[in-house]
Design a protein around this ligand. Structure first.
Ligand code: DAH
Length: 346
């Protein structure tokens, strides 16, 4: 028997081996691959024996080995796809046609929605956000803001005192953050301070002992009342729409001089006069004014060089106007029937 013949015979037995090799799982599949088609496998080895074949049978040899190679590769591919679909089947052994279990999506609280809108509107004209603690020193909440002890203006805000000597209060307004910012920052300052505030109020449809404010502060050289008006006009139109007008009424706050309260066109009757605006066509939304030079000096800002304006608004009040909510208590009751109504707002 020639050397050629014995190689051809061994190819035949390899072919049989490939056909009968039992592949039942991923492990035997891998064994098959290594044994026959791997880089050190039998078929590779067969190809390398071509040099021992007599020239006239080289072609036949090549074709035979190629056929065996194809046989092995085909078997491997077939078993591989069966194997992977089997393992997929195991992983997804569930009824994919069954209807899904709905996941209840929450919604943002209306106060958060409006607070975020306010932050966004002022952010677009360069106002940063500043925050401060809810428990404040008497100085930051009152004295630095031109309300020394026994000043009658303190009566405007019925206060929760949490400690005496030194006096600590639950902040009655976010104007306290103004003081912190001014004491720690060099002008120009352009910032808003959203946050929770507390007053000893009897809870009713219009008042609550906890509510939220956004304070605004702008300090630089030559800041005027015209800047205040234009800034607030921009704010109102962004939040409520272009057809809303504003008006200022002289008022009093200890920390601003001059001071004003700002009204906007009543959103319900568009200025015609209705019960909500008490037939005036206007509703009040915030207090504002030029920062009193005493307050600048208290906070170590040179009042001969710098001027500024400040304003403060209640987020509940704005939200009630925007969404026609007639009872402030709804914000704090966590009644999902109320909260769900804001699920499409962002
Ligand atoms: N802090 C005032 C309040 O809670 C609101 C306010 C009015 C803030 C005028 C200001 C301001 O900054 O200039 O009633």
């Amino acid at each position: 028997m020639s050397a050629d013949t014995s190689i051809f015979e061994s190819i035949n037995s390899i072919k049989k081996e490939i056909e009968t090799f039992s592949i039942t799982d991923a492990e035997s599949l891998e064994q098959f691959r290594i044994k026959f088609i791997g880089s050190k496998g039998i078929i590779k080895n067969l190809f390398s024996q071509i040099k021992d074949i007599s020239p006239e049978r080289k072609k036949e040899f090549g074709q035979t080995v190629n056929a065996v190679k194809q046989l092995a590769e085909q078997k491997f591919a077939d078993k591989q796809s069966v194997n992977s679909s089997n393992s997929k089947k195991q992983k997804t052994d569930i009824d994919l046609s069954a209807p899904g279990v709905p996941t209840a999506l929450g919604s943002r609280h209306p106060l958060s929605i409006v607070r975020n809108q306010i932050i966004d509107i002022f952010g677009r004209i360069g106002f940063t956000i500043s925050e401060g603690p809810e428990i404040e020193s008497d100085w930051n909440n009152f004295s630095a803001l031109n309300m020394p002890e026994h000043h009658p203006a303190r009566d405007m805000q019925d206060t929760f005192f949490v400690q005496q000597d030194p006096d600590m209060v639950l902040r009655t307004h976010t104007s306290s953050v103004q003081v912190r910012v001014m004491e720690n920052t060099k002008p120009p300052i352009r910032t808003i301070s959203p946050g929770r505030v507390f007053r000893n109020e009897t809870i009713s449809a219009r008042a609550h002992c906890i509510f939220h404010q956004v304070e605004g502060l702008y300090i630089d050289e030559k800041v005027s009342f015209a800047d205040l008006k234009q800034t607030l006009y921009y704010f109102v139109q962004e939040l409520f729409g272009n057809d809303i007008e504003i008006r200022f009424r002289p008022s009093y706050f200890p920390f601003t001089e001059p001071s004003a309260e700002m009204d906007i066109t009543c959103l319900i009757c568009k200025g015609e006069g209705c019960p909500v605006c008490k037939k005036t066509g206007w509703v009040e939304i915030l207090g504002c004014g030029m920062v009193d030079p005493n307050v600048l000096d208290n906070c170590k800002i040179d009042s001969s060089k710098y001027t500024g304006f400040a304003f403060g608004m209640g987020i509940e009040r704005i939200t009630m106007l925007k969404y026609r909510i007639d009872d402030i208590r709804l914000f704090f009751e966590n009644d999902v029937r109320f909260l769900r109504q804001f699920s499409s707002a962002i």
